[in-house]
Ligand binder design. Structure first.
Ligand code: NAI
Length: 284
């Protein structure tokens, strides 16, 4: 596997591109928004520089990694040579389904189609393609260049060959893949999001202030970040979308998103990416 196409150059797409390029894969990073593409390249450059500074990589590796990345706004053109496509667009079922339909049409028959979705059913995405055996979840964690885990999600029809190729490519990126089955939220978000939602409820009900809630979880549970900080880091829109998938998928009221989360997303307070969520951030 050589040619990797990453669709969506936001928070996750740029990190995924960084990791593949650093391990000498040829990467095309595709986005419909030219600003996202330019920001992604800048972020990758900065993150690679940080690794050079920490002496985790050589300066030449940074140059090589950057030269392995091609930016593109033309999806059709990029797909012709694809061995693996990783979709990392906005967490929206209809947008992802329509993209998978398109990708399936323009990719060679051997191409594996992976989604970095946090919670959307891999089986549903596979069902709009003619290659459900070659559709899989490849759920990287944020920030991708740092986090070791890749949750590998097996859809209803995903073949053993596809799972084994994806496990092997994740190891080549120096990540640790963990295989799970396709149920709402998989493992990571099925457990993480109810905790974040409960922290938001505790804040909303005035049980404690945001700093206090985060402090309890950091000091008491040895979490590196408090749940409200983490929600800002992930993106409140992403958290809300995942909770809705859990709520709809299980039909259980315990997953109902806290009204405060819904209100903040409606107001455009999405966390770090908009410089304000539960906390206020300096403009990058
Ligand atoms: P983001 O909002 O930062 O980036 C999404 C990008 O996709 C934007 O640049 C947008 O212009 C682009 N886009 C939207 N529709 C497109 C299309 N049809 N074709 C090409 N580009 C398109 O989102 P983020 O946070 O990077 O999330 C991406 C995916 O990764 C989502 O499925 C999310 O659930 C998942 N994810 C997010 C994590 C996080 O911590 N933010 C962690 C793990 C997974």
């Amino acid at each position: 596997m050589k040619q990797i196409i990453i669709i969506g150059a936001g928070t996750m797409g740029n990190g995924i591109a960084h990791s593949f390029a650093l391990h000498n894969f040829q990467v095309s990073l595709v986005d419909t928004n030219p600003d996202s593409l330019n920001n992604a390249l800048q972020t990758i450059d900065q993150n690679l520089s940080r690794k050079v500074k920490k002496e985790l990589i050589q300066p030449l590796q940074k140059v090589q990694a950057l030269s392995n990345i091609k930016l593109s706004s033309s999806l059709k053109e990029s797909l012709k040579e694809a061995d693996l496509v990783i979709e990392a667009i906005t967490e929206n079922l209809e947008a992802k389904r329509s993209l998978f339909r398109e990708i399936d049409q323009f990719c060679p028959s051997h191409t594996i189609l992976a989604s970095n979705t946090s919670s959307i059913s891999i089986t549903t995405l596979a069902s709009v393609t003619k290659r459900p055996k070659q559709v899989i979840g490849m759920h990287f964690m944020n920030p991708v260049p740092v986090m070791k885990l890749v949750e590998v999600i097996r859809g209803y029809e995903t073949s053993d060959a596809t799972v084994s190729q994806i496990m092997s490519i994740a190891r080549k990126l120096d990540k640790t893949p963990v295989e799970v089955n396709d149920f709402p939220g998989f493992i990571a978000n099925r457990i993480l999001m109810p905790m974040i939602n409960e922290a938001i409820y505790a804040f909303y009900e005035g049980v404690a202030g945001k700093e206090e809630i985060d402090e309890v979880m950091k000091l008491g549970m040895a979490h590196p970040m408090g749940p409200l900080q983490l929600a800002d880091f992930i993106g409140l829109d992403v958290c809300l979308a995942i909770l809705r998938v859990l709520y709809d998928g299980f039909g259980n009221p315990k997953y109902a998103p806290c009204p405060l989360l819904t209100k903040m997303v409606t107001a455009g307070k999405l966390g770090r990416k908009t410089n304000e969520g539960f906390y206020v951030y300096d403009k990058a």
